[in-house]
Design a protein around this ligand. Structure first.
Ligand SMILES: [Fe+2]
Length: 317
């Protein structure tokens, strides 16, 4: 099972807890926003306590870090609010400290949080995919280039794009009095966190500052609107396509049926080939290791590098 549907959730309603996972230094606190119980992938709000110090190290899982308030220092450089890091599995970063503390969002997309001290990358690490940018200062807003598009007034800054899965992470804003009157669903899961502002969704009500959702594929959402403006961080786990419609009563099955029939019309040859030749497990010659989502038990995707699970001893049957 993947992550459950969580919507709406507001992190202001729950207290921080101490993060005591093996390997992580003391001084980090967290609020769990969503968790995949099978592989440990999760999204958290985290608090680095003043004086936090983390030696150089790496994670076995890909992670993303977005600074909301305060600042952290990595090596010689200080990173304030809006700073974003995409750290592929096994990529080592320099010492991380926070002298006055910071709050951040922390995403482990494919596996449980892990941390080991290391000055060097794991041999399988894809260092070229590492990214660090201050998204508030150094990126411009652009209109969404999705088709069919969201209504005007919703703008994005793309922070990370995975060429293999087309998953992407983006900062987005809604202008005051933004509204969109149709209903949408996607073939991907999407999650979002409100850094500031309140927006309204027909099915789920108001989502205020600190609000979060994790929404699996094919769930109807919309109409939606925003009275005073919103700044948020969003992420999908694969390609985002807006299946728009106006019937609030369609079921997940009906939404899937319609999406599948669209694929049949868009890519008839591929659709037929997949259906008639038992090709439900195509070989990916471009990306050699494993499945894109890392969701099979025997094979890590590119979001996780191989390692020995020391803590988990499986009982023999
Ligand atoms: Fe959506």
């Amino acid at each position: 099972m993947a992550r459950p549907h969580i919507e709406p959730f507001v992190d202001r309603d729950v207290p921080f807890k101490k993060l005591t996972l093996p390997g992580f230094p003391k001084g980090m606190q967290y609020k769990m926003l969503s968790l995949d119980p099978d592989n440990g992938a999760c999204t958290m709000t985290v608090l680095f306590e003043p004086g936090y110090k983390q030696p150089p190290g790496m994670s076995y899982s890909e992670y993303e870090l977005f600074i909301q308030s305060g600042s952290i220092q990595i090596g010689d450089k200080v990173w304030g609010p809006g700073s974003y890091f995409f750290v592929p599995a096994g990529v080592a970063i320099e010492q991380l400290t926070s002298s006055r503390g910071a709050t951040a969002l922390l995403f482990f997309n494919y596996g449980e949080p892990s941390w080991v001290e290391s000055e060097t990358d794991h041999p399988l690490a894809e260092r070229q995919r590492f990214r660090a940018v201050n998204s508030y200062n150094d990126l411009q807003w652009s209109s969404t280039n999705f088709y069919p598009a969201t209504a005007p007034g919703c703008m994005v800054k793309v922070l990370a794009f995975d060429e293999r899965t087309q998953a992407f992470t983006f900062l987005y804003c809604m202008t005051p009095n933004f509204w969109q009157d149709n209903i949408s669903y996607h073939d991907c899961a999407e999650e979002a966190y409100h850094i500031w502002g309140t927006s309204w969704m027909m099915q789920f009500g108001d989502l205020p500052t600190g609000g979060y959702f994790y929404r699996p594929p094919y769930i109807n959402h919309g109409a939606f609107g925003c009275k005073l403006g919103t700044l948020a961080l969003g992420r999908t786990d694969s390609r985002l396509y807006n299946h728009f419609h106006f019937n609030p009563w369609t079921s997940l099955e009906e939404n899937k049926e319609r999406a599948a029939s669209r694929v049949q019309h868009w890519m008839p040859d591929l659709y037929k080939w997949i259906n008639t030749h038992g090709h439900n497990h195509p070989v990916d010659f471009e990306f050699a290791h494993g499945h894109a989502h890392g969701d099979t038990a025997h094979h890590h995707g590119d979001g996780q590098v191989d390692h020995v699970h020391k803590r988990k001893k499986r009982r023999r049957r």
